[in-house]
Design a protein around this ligand. Structure first.
Ligand SMILES: NC(=O)c1ccc[n+]([C@@H]2O[C@H](COP(=O)([O-])OP(=O)(O)OC[C@H]3O[C@@H](n4cnc5c(N)ncnc54)[C@H](O)[C@@H]3O)[C@@H](O)[C@H]2O)c1
Length: 253
């Protein structure tokens, strides 16, 4: 593994599980120091211990928590070069059956969380001429049947990415997003079980979206981490405001 991130200080959310975990591993393996913010403090701490990084309790719904996380990460690492907004939740349900609590929670965690953290990290990212990668979703570009609140929140993440890239280019900060299709992580299982949702709705959604690469294995968190690492690396020096789609052909199906 190369050392593209030697000396870089990375603040990422959602590092206790799935894509966030794989991303923390990837950046650490390429020389970065990582600070992880997650509601799952024990999971984040276990990752930080393993990677020689730092872990902090963080709830994406809370603007004060975003300010505290940035302060803690700066104190621990001496600055922030790269911010990765990865934490998120999946919400199932057609529009008419999405209860307002689930709607609000989805927007709070998936969209407001990255907004608060982006705002809070302006000063250190400006000082570093750093960059941001936001984890959106293919469903933010094209609806996936039965996941409307989720898709709408991720469309917001794409708009956040583009707006921030436009306004912060003059500060030397690049801002990009990735839009994965289905990735093999605990997310679907957790959310369907917690919400009492019938996972059959996912089968219906997958059928309607007809991925082209259905003969291949599901996308792995490590493959998404590799794409995030590219966008955050100097090799992507000229990329800002872009959305890199990794969906196995779903959007063109
Ligand atoms: N798995 C997929 O198919 C898929 C597809 C497209 C996009 N994504 C996006 O990738 C990101 C990571 O998803 P994943 O599949 O790794 O899920 P995951 O459930 O495995 O991990 C999500 C992480 O976010 C943390 N988190 C949840 N709520 C939080 C909160 N309020 N504050 C702070 N942290 C919180 C969890 O503790 C967990 O560590 C999410 O933004 C998700 O929407 C996932």
């Amino acid at each position: 593994m190369g050392q593209r991130f030697a000396g870089r200080r990375v603040l990422l959310t959602g590092g206790a599980s799935g894509i966030g975990q794989a991303t923390a591993e990837r950046f650490a393996s390429e020389g970065a120091t990582v600070a992880i913010g997650d509601v799952d403090v024990a999971g984040a701490q276990a990752m930080a211990d393993r990677l020689g990084g730092h872990a902090f309790a963080y709830d994406a719904r809370d603007p004060a928590a975003a300010l505290k996380l940035v302060g803690d990460a700066q104190a621990a690492m001496g600055g922030i070069d790269i911010l990765l907004n990865i934490a998120g939740i999946m919400t199932w349900g057609r529009i008419e059956e999405t209860d307002l609590g689930a709607w609000q929670r989805t927007l709070d965690i998936n969209l407001s969380g990255p907004f608060y953290l982006t705002q809070a990290a302006f000063a250190p990212l400006s000082a570093a001429k750093g960059c941001i990668v936001n984890v959106a979703s293919a469903s933010g570009l094209h609806p996936v049947y039965g996941t409307s609140a989720y898709g709408i929140s991720k469309a917001g993440v794409i708009a956040l990415t583009k707006s921030t890239s436009l306004e912060w280019a003059r500060h030397g900060i690049r801002v990009n997003a990735i839009a994965p299709g289905g990735v093999n992580t605990p997310m679907h299982e957790k959310t369907t079980a917690a919400g009492g949702i019938d996972p059959a709705i996912f089968t219906e959604a997958a059928g309607r979206n007809m991925p082209k690469l259905t003969d291949r294995d599901a996308c792995t968190p490590a493959e998404i981490a590799a794409a995030i690492a590219y966008l955050a690396s100097d090799e992507a020096r000229y990329a800002t405001g872009t959305v890199l789609i990794l969906d196995g052909g779903q959007l063109t199906g």
